[in-house]
Structure formats: C-alpha cells, structure tokens
Design a protein around this ligand. Sequence first.
Ligand code: AMP
Ligand code: TRP
Length: 333
Amino acid sequence: MGKKIFSGVQPTGNLHLGNYLGAIKNFVDLQNEKENQCIFCVVDLHAITVKQDPKELKKNIRETAATFIASGIDPINSIIFNQSMVPAHSEAAWILSCVSRIGWLNRMTQFKEKAGKNKEKVSIGLYSYPVLMAADILLYDASHVPVGDDQKQHLELCRDIAQKFNNDFNAPDFLKSPEPLIQKEFSRIMSLKDGIKKMSKSDPSDLSRINLTDSKDEIINKIKKAKTDPLQLPKETKDLIERPEAENLLGIYSSLKNQDLEKSISEFSGKNFAEFKDKLSEILIEKIEPISEEIKKLLNDEKYLDKILLEGSNKASIIASKKIKKIKELVGF
Ligand code: AMP
Ligand code: TRP
C-alpha cells in the first residue's frame, strides 16, 4: 500500500533553496512514487501567527501554490490547497488544544527561538502553532510527513496529541500517529553568509539565501559573495569539521546533483573555492532557473492558481469534514 503524505509550507514570501531541498523536492519525489496519496497545504492560518500585510498574504498564497506546481507537484493527482479554505483545520485545532498540555508546548524550541526575549508580546497563535499543525496532519490520517529537520519536534508533539486524544476518548487508533520523513543528509540548508545559521525567509539580508524566484544573474552574484574560508576544498569528509560554510556549499551541491557528499568532495578535493563556486552556480541555475521561470509564468495567471486552490480545497474538505465529524462525536458534541 502507498503512503498517505501530508505537508505544509507557510505563505510568507521568499521561498528559498532551504525550503526546496529540505521539503519541496522531497514532496515531488514522494508524489512520483506509485500509490502514494499526497496532500500539500499552503498553511495561511500558520502565517498569521505573526503580523502579515493582507495584500502581501494574498499574493504569497498564490506564489506558494505556484512554487509547488513549478517544482513538479501535479495539482491533478496531488491535492494542493490553502488551509483557511477548509474550516475543519481551525475546529480541530481548538479541540486538540484542549487535549494538549501547556508543559508540552513549553518545550517547543521553535517557539523559544521565534519569540526570543519578547515572550510576553508575541501572539497566542505563535505559541499554539504546533497544535494547529497537528490538526492539519491528523485530519487526513497522514502516515508520513515530509519536513525539514526544524519540524521534527512538532511532529513528536503531534504524535503525543494523537495518543492523548485516543486515550481520553477511548478511541484506540482513531487519530493516526504520523512518521516524519526527514532527509538524512543535507536536511538543514544554512545561510550563505553564515554557515551556522539556518537559511531563512526572515533573514534581512537577501544575499543569505537563494530564492526560488532568483534570476540567473542573482544566483551567480549570491554564490560569488557566499562566505567561505581561506583554505582549499577538503580532501576528506572529516576535514569539514569546523568549516560550516564549506560543508553547507558542498551539501547544496551534492543535494542538487543527487549524489553523496563523498563524491562531491572527491570531485573538488584540493581545488580552490572560485572553481567550485562556478560549478555550484552552474547546477543551481540548471535546477532553479526553470522553476523560477515557471513561477513567474504561473503568477501571471491568477485565475488558474485560484482554480487549483479552490478545487484542491473541495477535495481536501471531503476528507477533513468526515474526520472532524467523528472527532466532534467522540468529544460529545
Ligand atoms: P516554512 O517556510 O517555515 O513553512 O518551511 C517549509 C518547509 O521548509 C518545512 O518543512 C521546513 O522544515 C523546511 N525548511 C525551511 N527552511 C529550511 C532550511 N534552511 N533547510 C532545510 N529545510 C528548511
Ligand atoms: N510548521 C511547518 C513549517 O513551518 C508548516 C506546517 C504547517 C506543516 N502544518 C504542517 C508541515 C503540517 C507539515 C505538516 O515548516
């Protein structure tokens, strides 16, 4: 039997190489495995946990859907939709938040990172964000959830929530505990400006990331300016210790080439960064430019994108409304 795949990406703009290599590329591979049922959600309810400009949000919802399609997700065989169009997500999130324990949420490192010193001033939504994420997954009985490394803890929480709901309402196996699918290698793409910081949408420097909408010239420029160290490229994997920038760039290269790190290391062993960067730009352009071109084309056709999202929501609603109905029955509504 195939897997039931569910994953989500926030429509917060600047989708980048980390989103692609850590998540979206994986979505495409899973979709292409026979018999898998795939649902990919533009999680707009998650996006508003931090302040969004309504016009920008609308644009970013379409852009995220366009990125899915441009990266190779087939909107006919997979479901692409945005979360806010299916009310069951909000309903399930409330019910599950009454099952979740504050102590569990207090352990979430992403909240601590995002809230920083500002803990008292961030939204309640940002705090309960992982419960909404659990609702997303559990509504569809997803068996596998492809995500980047940073979402691992949220998936563990999702499993705890499912188990507690099943126990509390005496419904063994009703909510299905999902398995995370996290790439073993290169699961965390780092900033081009600092090899120990994650590549992120919110980094104020655009030079820190390759956006999926970057042009050829922007890619070349960003790779040229990417931070390196004064040494030559390493001869062995162990030489990458304490060379986070070299490790990240070689990781990106390997991931785009679908080859292991050792192979890339042997290709460039002892060479200087200038030579390696030329090759890295080349493969980035080969893989990213067609996606970028396709995103631009799709964005010119808002009607088409809106139709995909509407049809996707209709399909998602059929599944989610059945599950929420049973959830409500179990709770006693
Ligand atoms: P977000 O943009 O936060 O909604 O993330 C969408 C997906 O991309 C999630 O599965 C993240 O784990 C993944 N992701 C985001 N940034 C990175 C990164 N720098 N490296 C690897 N995966 C990432
Ligand atoms: N929290 C995820 C992120 O920021 C996005 C997300 C929301 C998600 N709901 C999900 C991912 C359900 C997987 C499954 O990356």
